[in-house]
Design a protein. Structure first.
Length: 149
């Protein structure tokens, strides 16, 4: 899949040299089982790995999100942050998630003190759903985005 400046390809174990191997294996398994999953984000012009975007059934342990919900998230490597890659990648992969899943909404969460992520979610049309706690008991906020009609 392509966006303006990015090429999104399934995050599989082939990216273990550039990204966490355990996460790559889990993403690969999710793709095989469900037909959707995490994406590796590659700069179109250079082929550089700039980060990953996740779309998967939510994992247990996050207060405010159910494991039958589709969760989205993004991780941009420090050298590429602040350049709009997160917005571009999330918009593309959420559109793809609507095509690949029958989910009527997607969810995302972030730490309560992570203003950049909160701003990004609002920019993409997510609405606040609840406060909660993450897997390590850190305070989080949960946002949701409904499937367009």
């Amino acid at each position: 899949m392509e966006a303006a400046r990015l090429r999104l390809v399934p995050l599989t174990k082939q990216f273990a040299d550039r990204f966490d191997e355990r996460e790559c294996r889990a993403a690969d398994a999710h793709w095989r089982e469900h037909g959707f999953g995490h994406w590796a984000l590659l700069e179109r012009q250079t082929g550089d790995f700039v980060g990953s975007a996740e779309v998967h059934f939510a994992y247990a342990g996050v207060e405010g999100i159910s494991t039958d919900e589709v969760e989205v998230g993004i991780e941009i490597l420090p050298d590429y942050q602040g350049q709009g890659y997160a917005t571009e990648a999330l918009a593309a992969m959420i559109g793809d998630a609507w095509r690949r899943t029958n989910a009527d909404h997607v969810v995302a969460y972030t730490r309560t003190d992570h203003a950049v992520s909160i701003t990004l979610m609002k920019k993409l049309g997510f609405g606040f759903r609840s406060s909660g706690s993450g897997r390590d008991d850190e305070p989080i906020v949960v946002y949701t985005l409904s499937r367009p009609s």
